[in-house]
Write a protein that binds this ligand. Structure first.
Ligand SMILES: [Ca+2]
Length: 301
């Protein structure tokens, strides 16, 4: 059984919880060994059946993490823009629950604003990621498990000593701005539409907080704040800054184990023992239901 995208955590817990095992004349069959369950569980299509899965004591392993962060763009009326980022997160959990996480961004998608599609070039993605984070914490087991990522700081075209608290640059001449994607233009280059390039500095700080809601699946809120300074552009039309607001009530994340442990999804499709982004992006549609932009959700209540 699979869990639908859950706006409401409580509903999702109910939807994903494993059914209690029926009384059996053959003893307890709900404890298969992890490796065998993994080999037998279907990795694709409908996903593994919950009753065949083995609860895992720690979060160690590899996870596909979809972050959907909502921003409201105020251009006369308010328009919702979603940043859908798909990360491969490799997790090591210490005995105290402290987490070492390596975040690789496989895909960063921005939904269009008034039909203009911004896109993140490969050079920008490769210059920023992976990010290693040592702030996460997990406590509890199974559906009691709670998770916090700590501050994931994504700096584009920018170098800061105090990455969260240092004041963000306000002038293009700020010496902390640098050509991080090495394309000869200041800061990081974002494509605006198909022809225009914007050169910018950006800081995004995100805390992912949530809970385990089913086998190999965590969900929760994304508390995220983005600052941006447009330094220059290849055409004046791309240089226009616009007012944006963070929209935390719509921002959320879902994380699914994809390394096959305990009967989880195994997205090592070519069986070479490593997970690569090209194996993962095709699974996005299968594993996650996406939010769609809804400008109504940008009205100030
Ligand atoms: Ca650059």
């Amino acid at each position: 059984m699979r869990c639908g995208a859950a706006m409401i955590l409580a509903l999702s817990v109910m939807a994903c919880e494993a059914p209690s095992a029926p009384e059996s004349a053959f003893g307890d069959q709900a404890q298969p060994s992890g490796a065998e369950a993994g080999a037998e569980a279907p990795a694709q299509g409908g996903g593994p059946a919950l009753e065949e899965l083995t609860p895992l004591p720690r979060l160690d392993g590899q996870w596909l993490h979809l972050s959907e962060v909502s921003t409201c763009v105020d251009l006369g009326s308010s328009i919702e823009q979603l940043n859908r980022s798909l990360y491969l997160v490799s997790v090591t959990q210490r005995p105290n629950g402290g987490l070492i996480e390596r975040w690789e961004a496989c895909e960063i998608e921005l939904t269009p604003v008034i039909s203009i599609q911004a896109s993140v070039p490969e050079a920008l993605r490769a210059s920023v990621y992976p990010i290693e984070l040592h702030q996460g914490q997990a406590t509890g087991l199974g559906l009691e498990r709670r998770y916090s990522s700590g501050a994931l700081v994504e700096l584009w075209g920018l170098s800061l000593e105090e990455s969260v608290t240092e004041p963000f640059p306000t002038e293009p001449s700020d010496e902390r701005i640098f050509d991080s994607d090495a394309d000869g233009q200041p800061g990081a280059t974002l494509m605006i539409g198909s022809a225009c390039e914007a050169y910018l500095a950006q800081r995004r700080v995100t805390h992912y907080i949530g809970a385990q809601v089913g086998f190999g699946r965590l969900e929760g809120e994304a508390i995220s704040s983005t600052e941006q300074l447009i330094i220059d552009a290849s055409s004046p039309i791309c240089k226009t800054p616009y007012q944006t607001r963070d929209n935390p009530a719509r921002s959320r994340w879902v994380r699914v184990r994809v390394d096959g442990q305990g009967g989880a999804y195994d997205l090592d499709l070519d069986g070479d023992g490593t997970l690569r982004c090209d194996e993962l992006t095709s699974a996005r549609a299968e594993l996650f239901e996406l939010l769609e932009p809804d400008d109504e959700r940008c009205r100030v209540q």
